[in-house]
Design a binder for this molecule. Structure first.
Ligand code: BTN
Length: 150
């Protein structure tokens, strides 16, 4: 009976460890570095300044038109990691260098208990259209998941 209760405690604590969310005071999530999303797009984010603002570059793997893709600058801002958590929210704008469109990304940096970081992002792309009548076809929306390359 003693053996049995030990086994039960082990299984229960294993379940708790696997199912419990990351403690909010876990490993910090660092935006700086090279990231890749599920489309194969790469982005580099520079060091954040004291205000949480940053710049970087974005090399998209896909585009709306078949124009030659060019590496494009991005500018963003991150909320300071709070007292509760170190998985900050942030956003950035990409000013495409080969198209008249603009994309904004917003998301959150998550870290698992092994320190692996994932950026869970939503994006909105606005295409330039000749007139307001065309607004209905000017907006695309989606999500991207980035993992660290370097
Ligand atoms: C354009 O074709 O107008 C500019 C390039 C847009 C690329 C989009 S932005 C959202 C999505 N995520 C990517 O990595 N690429 C596409």
């Amino acid at each position: 009976a003693l053996y049995c209760s030990h086994a039960l405690v082990l299984v229960t604590s294993l379940q708790a460890a696997l199912l419990a969310p990351l403690p909010p005071y876990g490993l910090p999530c660092d935006l700086q570095g090279l990231w890749r999303n599920e489309l194969g797009s790469n982005m580099t984010i520079s060091a954040l300044d004291v205000a949480g603002t940053f710049s970087g570059s974005y090399q998209t793997a896909v585009a709306v038109t078949n124009k030659q893709i060019l590496v494009s600058p991005l500018q963003g801002a991150q909320q300071p990691p709070g007292t509760k958590g170190q998985q900050p929210t942030f956003g950035f704008t990409v000013q495409w260098q080969f198209a008249d469109s603009t994309t904004v990304f917003v998301g959150q940096c998550f870290v698992d208990r092994r320190g692996k970081e994932t950026l869970e992002m939503a994006w909105l792309l606005r295409e330039e259209v000749p007139s307001r009548k065309d607004t209905w076809k000017a907006i695309r929306v989606g999500t991207n998941v980035f993992t660290r390359v370097k």
